[in-house]
Ligand binder design. Structure first.
Ligand code: FMN
Length: 347
């Protein structure tokens, strides 16, 4: 699969998740079989570009390509400027956020709120494409099926986005009104796929190799995007890839491998955020890795009381040493435990 000049190694993508898919997590998923990953969203508000949060998100040092950066905002000129800001910092593909349901985003007519205002949504897409084209940077876009059940306009919008020069569309199979509740539906994604020529990526509730195969079959999509199910389970990309290629399941990962991956993930985390912030933001990742593992809850409570990186790292190492003495591989059920649909919902 290609986006512009970029050939992607496979069609399994990491979903952008603010506060989760930072550079260490994206790299980890890519190492474990994801072909492509989109960054956390970067605001189009120029006054926030100097903030620590935005400068971190816009820093792609050492990241393997193609580097895709998602931008969010509501003003076409500001979005075009934000695209250029990120291209200057290494972005090779720009993705426009029209899927975020968060109130603080939608109240400002950004994210999925833009789906309610088709002329503005298309104006933004066209402005970003016009800004990126001279730099040879393709523009992609991520949206939902619509604002609410009564107004599912993903197909109409998809046609207009394609005409505006958008080169790939991702559709999360829920409306804005649904938030993350209920189940994703795939009929609308199939209808979008049938309506446009650009690649279409199916997203929503893909949490197992079987589900991945079923969503591909139901939608005819060119690629799949996985978000919450990769939290604490970044090897899901290799599991899905192997299953799609062979029809066989991989064995759950070795405890020793998970130990190595998580400890390296923590080091990368401390390096990006510094020890104080790094220790706090690593907690959720550790908790995701060990949910449903024996003694996982005790480890979670223990690390929540720790502010020291060396102590956090050591507690995780000790936990996996003890687990490794009891079992070689993660139990199948724990390895496959999908993130709950209700968890980690942005405010
Ligand atoms: C914590 C969190 C943060 C998210 N942040 C973004 C974001 O910045 N941009 C975006 O387009 N979608 C964002 N999403 C939505 C995901 O990209 C994805 O569409 C959604 O989680 C459904 O896919 P899944 O069922 O595989 O998780 C976020 C989702 C979560 C759970």
């Amino acid at each position: 699969m290609r986006i512009g000049a970029h050939a992607l190694p496979n069609r399994l993508f990491v979903a952008p998740m603010a506060g989760v898919t930072d550079r260490p997590f994206r790299q980890l998923c890519k190492q474990l079989g994801a072909g492509y990953a989109v960054s956390e969203m970067v605001t189009s508000r120029r006054d926030l570009w100097d903030s620590l949060k935005t400068s971190r998100r816009a820093n792609h040092e050492g990241e393997s390509g193609p580097i895709a950066v998602q931008i969010a905002g509501t003003d076409a000129d500001m979005m075009a400027e934000a695209a250029l800001y990120n291209i200057d910092r290494g972005a090779q593909i720009i993705d426009i956020n029209m899927g975020c349901p968060a109130k603080k985003v939608c109240n400002k007519w950004a994210g999925s709120a833009l789906m309610q205002n088709e002329p503005l949504a298309v104006q933004i897409a066209a402005a970003v494409v016009a800004a990126c084209a001279p730099r040879g940077v393709p523009v992609t876009l991520k949206m939902r099926t619509g604002w609410c059940d009564e107004h599912k306009n993903a197909v109409q919008l998809a046609r207009q986005f394609e005409d505006a020069g958008i080169q790939m569309l991702t559709v999360h199979g829920r409306t804005r009104e649904q938030g993350y509740r209920g189940c994703a539906e795939y009929e609308t994604i199939a209808a979008v796929k049938a309506a446009v020529r650009v690649p279409v990526v199916a997203n929503g509730d893909i949490d197992s190799p079987e589900k991945a195969r079923a969503v591909l079959a139901a939608t005819g999509a060119d690629a799949l995007m996985v978000g919450r199910a990769a939290q604490g389970r970044p090897w899901i990309f290799r599991e899905i890839g192997h299953y799609l290629a062979t029809g066989q399941h991989l064995a759950p990962p070795l405890v020793a491998e998970v130990r190595r991956l998580l400890l390296a993930h923590l080091q990368d985390h401390y390096q990006l955020y510094g020890e104080g912030t790094g220790v706090r933001s690593a907690r959720k990742h550790i908790a995701w890795y060990v949910r449903q593992l024996p003694g996982g809850e005790q480890l979670r409570q223990h690390i929540n009381a720790t502010l020291d990186a060396a102590a956090q790292w050591q507690a995780v190492a000790d936990y996996f040493d003890a687990l490794g003495a009891r079992m070689d591989r993660l139990p199948a059920a724990a390895a496959a435990a999908a993130a709950s649909n209700e968890q980690q919902i942005p405010a």
